[in-house]
Write a protein that binds this ligand. Sequence first.
Ligand code: ATP
Ligand code: MG
Length: 409
Amino acid sequence: MPWTIERKHDHVVVVTMNTNKVNAQNPAFFADLHAAFDRLETEFDDCAVVLTGTGKVFSAGLDLDHHFAMFARRNLREINDWFAAYRATNLRLFTYPRPTVAAINGHAYAGGFITAIVSDYRIAMEGALQFALNEVPIGIPMPAVYCEIIKYAIGTLAASEFTLFGQVYDLETASRMGVVQKTVASDQLLNAAVAWAAHVTPDCYPAYSFSKRALQAATMAAIDAAARLDRDHAGEVFVRIRELLKHRTPEHATLGINEAIRDVLALTGSALRSRSVVIQTTLAADLPLVSGDRVQLQQVIMNLAMNGADAMSSVTDRPRLLRVGSKVNDEGSIEVRIADSGTGIDEAIRHRIFDPLFTTKPAGMGMGLSMCRRIIEAHGGQLRASPCTPHGTEFRFTIPGSNKPPMPA
Ligand SMILES: Nc1ncnc2c1ncn2[C@@H]1O[C@H](COP(=O)(O)OP(=O)(O)OP(=O)(O)O)[C@@H](O)[C@H]1O
Ligand SMILES: [Mg+2]
């Protein structure tokens, strides 16, 4: 449902977030937010803004179901795009040129806390409200962009306590730490917020927006300077969410590697074909089963296949061939080979490709191979790369066979 925007005063509008019951932040929430701000900029550019929620929660932060599912899809471009959009959304609120007041009607957690803290002024209603930045305790680093914004809003000392220790604070403590500047009875919340926002009259908006820009200039410069940190952040979040998913399903089952390969190729086949990649499989029949985590092993196969496709994207003078094979090797381990006919790996960087964050791709994170190697080693196997002749690269991993009877290929 689009957010309601009501004019409550000659030059103050109240924007009520109502995408879902707790304003969990997902694509629908962000779409509603941008739609509301598009309207504010065009229809209500003579107004200050009061932002509030409904029910017991101001905003519960990122919608974890949605975001976990997205991270699990392992589409790195999707994750990068998501982070860029998430960052831009909060910066849009932070730099909105007119007065912005958060009327905090309930708990503000994590991303919801950020949505409150980007406002110029924050008023909360009395009650058992809770405030928390719980990212660090669950192992997710706080993006540099938000660290800078939180520092701007409440000072470095309070920002570091809130961010690093991830405690849940009651209203009184949050007020003392500057998160909330004023507290009023619940039935006075909107009136008080509107009255505060109305302190600035439209004739003063140019001065207001200039001064706001000046106040935020150092923070904005710091945010720009920390862009590289935030790039690494996406990788960190990614690894962490993967770990969380791993811990959710610590599933060591007995499985057939050929089946895992076929599943991945079924999933990625159309994406690969659209990039003119021809897949050739040579899967040995009657392979012994392996003991492992199906999702992790599929991620390894998918990463290697995607890297192969990337390496062939500039090839035009020969087939873009991805050869995928499985067999039992001389030591009795199961061996999977994924070979491409791509551009190969320069001698100069060959020793770095398994390093975390090493990438030669503009949109790459450089996490794929380091994660693949970690997964394979955790399964008691090895992952190696070697050049193919005349073109391309072969990645080969081994997994010890389990002692179960073989499964038909
Ligand atoms: N099949 C391949 N052929 C040529 N170069 C490769 C191949 N696989 C990996 N590389 C090189 O190794 C680097 C690291 O690969 P890795 O999968 O770790 O990260 P990435 O693909 O760059 O980014 P991402 O985190 O999105 O996977 C790549 O940037 C590329 O330079
Ligand atoms: Mg990769």
